[in-house]
Design a protein around this ligand. Structure first.
Ligand SMILES: [Zn+2]
Length: 345
């Protein structure tokens, strides 16, 4: 009898072990939780946040970015007390686990939460405590990146960096810089990043999203970046890609976010293939699933369906996310072994 080869069943990307290195705190909230908390605390949400569908955003001009930030601030305003913070972190961890993420590095600017939570230090300690509990109950390893806000004064960033290094052995692994990268210069924040690096933290500023390849170079040259938030526009500069590849600097690429914010017109325009072929390590991320409508596994799914990544290539993307993380070696080893099993399974 002739043996009929059977096509392999499509491997489920949710079962592919991976690390998630680009997720913002409020942006990780479930839409239903946003509505429930807004209701509980009497916060009136604008239509764009209450309609149940992701808002239309176009952040490539300043007005669009301002609108995006305003919506983010509105969403953040429903987080009023300890229970809200704990719930957000617990649900984020559950969603990570459902998406096959074994390691999460979540980014937070504690300054924005401090006023309601009794100050900067109580806010950080509350978040770290919530992270520890959620990690224990879900099995997902979770660490924090403390991110400074580019729209604020560089001295604020230094204060935050000094605070961040005090928690370096208690769950803080990195220091970031977020908000509109077209504003000011990266090097205004060089001292803050030097403090963070000297204190053993990974420097992981945003760059190469709203601004071009030069913003990625600034992150490397001025801030000593060991990882780049987004960095996707490095694809416009072959020499820069070569540099990222040579130094194995991971770019936290967030395809759905890029399209939602208008960095690229269509999903197929996100240069995943260009970066991958140039050997730039990537960690796919969801950025702000609350506002962009898709979580981690969907980024891998889009690599498959939109960019034609084979299962072997998806596995390589997952490995890159793990290698680019600050997970301890034993966790990395276990996740990488899981990636291999996914591929042969
Ligand atoms: Zn981001």
């Amino acid at each position: 009898m002739e043996q009929v080869p059977t096509a392999p069943a499509v491997r489920d990307v949710r079962l592919l072990p991976k690390a998630h290195l680009h997720l913002h705190f409020t942006g990780s909230m479930r839409p239903a939780t946003l509505l429930e908390l807004a209701d509980r605390h009497g916060v009136h949400l604008p239509e764009a946040l209450s309609s149940g569908t992701p808002p239309k955003l176009r952040a490539t001009d300043e007005r669009g970015w301002f609108r995006f930030q305003r919506l983010y601030d509105m969403a953040r305003s429903v987080l009023r007390d300890e229970n809200d913070i704990r719930r957000l972190v617990q649900e984020a961890a559950e969603d990570e686990r459902a998406d096959g993420s074994g390691w999460l590095e979540i980014q937070v600017d504690p300054t924005s939460y401090a006023p309601r939570l009794g100050g900067l230090i109580p806010a950080i300690e509350l978040i770290l405590g919530a992270v520890q509990d959620a990690s224990r109950s879900t099995g997902v390893g979770i660490r924090i990146l403390i991110a400074a806000n580019r729209m604020k004064h560089p001295l604020d960033a230094r204060t935050l960096a000094r605070l961040a290094i005090r928690y370096a052995d208690r769950g803080v692994v990195g220091f970031g810089l977020s908000n509109d990268e077209r504003r000011g210069m990266a090097r205004d924040f060089d001292r803050a990043f030097a403090i963070a690096r000297d204190g053993g933290l990974l420097a992981a500023p945003h760059g190469g999203e709203l601004a071009g390849p030069s913003s990625v170079r600034d992150c490397l040259d001025d801030l000593g970046a060991g990882r780049i938030g987004h960095g996707v526009r490095a694809a416009e500069d072959p020499r820069l890609m070569q540099r990222l590849a040579d130094r194995q600097i991971t770019c936290e690429v967030c395809p759905a976010s890029n399209v939602a914010l208008g960095v690229y017109e269509k999903p197929e325009d996100v240069p995943l293939r260009t970066l991958f072929d140039a050997g730039v390590p990537m960690a796919l991320g969801a950025d702000d699933p609350l506002l962009f409508g898709s979580r981690l596994a969907e980024q891998y799914q889009s690599a498959r369906t939109v960019h034609g990544f084979s299962d072997a290539e998806l596995a390589e993307l997952a490995r890159q996310s793990v290698r680019g993380s600050r997970a301890p070696e034993d966790v990395k080893k276990e996740l990488l072994a899981g990636v291999d099993s996914w591929l042969v399974g």
